[in-house]
Ligand binder design. Structure first.
Ligand SMILES: [Zn+2]
Length: 275
């Protein structure tokens, strides 16, 4: 572990409990290992994420799973907003959610934000689209004092977010790749702590396999509760493919907006990298 002297404050805006682990779990583990401070905001309570539990059972299980996984990754602050899964855009439309996210950025004084990329294509989940739009706007304008002036009147200060990191299911224009070779194990470990969602992930894969008519006996015959091997295989395959293209064993990729237009103005200079 290399402790950084320049400690950053990072906020991850997620729609669901396991978004972080799937998309940036290795990178976040690397940041916290180097002494940077991370807060996680989860907008919904995942109350539709099961084929076998009731919504109430799911809500209870999800809360514990989120906190356990966050602890493993070294995340110090977890904020669950508790909106209903799949209904975020109705229950908290973008302008309202933007205000809530901006409050977190200003209170936590975030240097870096992570969220779903609002400009990546083919994002089918409405909660992901809602969180991505609200977080993008919150991070872009939290230093403008006339945005959500009621927060300034309460004593919060406008705050500039230096870096916005975006992940996506179908990424475009990625420009930052993080070597997570030392952290892929932790990413898988944290994912597996989301037991209800990993059972769901395997069950969903089985629906797709059945519909395809193709033959994958190891998946067809798998008890969804025995998900560990399948998750391990899937995560290593995805992160190894990203790593191969960039000279690492395992990597995660992002589209990163950093320091506004300054990199173009300060040609030949390179700002320091934290991970
Ligand atoms: Zn999600």
């Amino acid at each position: 572990m290399t402790e950084s002297n320049n400690k950053k404050r990072i906020v991850v805006f997620a729609a669901h409990g396991d978004d972080l682990e799937f998309t940036c779990g290795g990178t976040i583990a690397k940041f916290t290992d180097r002494g940077h401070e991370v807060a996680l905001v989860v907008a919904t309570d995942n109350d539709k994420g099961s084929f076998e539990l009731s919504a109430d059972e799911l809500r209870a299980a999800r809360d514990a799973e989120i906190h356990r996984a966050a602890e493993l990754l070294g995340i110090g602050t977890v904020i669950c907003l508790g909106y209903s899964d799949g209904e975020l855009r109705e229950q908290c439309p973008v302008p309202e959610l933007r205000g809530k996210f901006m409050r977190v950025i200003r209170e936590f004084k975030a240097d870096i934000t992570f969220t779903w990329d609002p400009f990546a294509p083919y994002e089918g989940h409405p909660d992901h689209r809602t969180v991505s739009a609200a977080a993008n706007e919150a991070a872009s304008f939290s230093h403008f004092p006339l945005y959500h002036p009621e927060q300034i009147a309460e004593g919060l200060e406008p705050h500039y977010v230096a870096e916005q990191w975006y992940f996506a299911k179908s990424p475009r224009d990625q420009n930052k790749f993080v070597d997570i070779t030392d952290y892929v194990e932790k990413k898988i470990e944290a994912l597996c702590l989301h037991e209800s969602q990993m059972v769901l992930t395997v069950r969903d894969l089985q629906f797709a396999l059945q519909a395809s008519g193709l033959d994958l006996p190891w998946l067809a015959d798998l008890d969804p509760h025995d998900y560990r091997g399948a998750i391990d295989t899937q995560i290593r395959a995805v992160t190894a493919a990203v790593g191969r293209a960039h000279g690492y064993d395992y990597a995660e990729g992002f589209r990163r907006e950093r320091h506004g237009p300054i990199p173009n103005l300060a040609k030949g200079q390179e700002a320091e990298e934290d991970v």
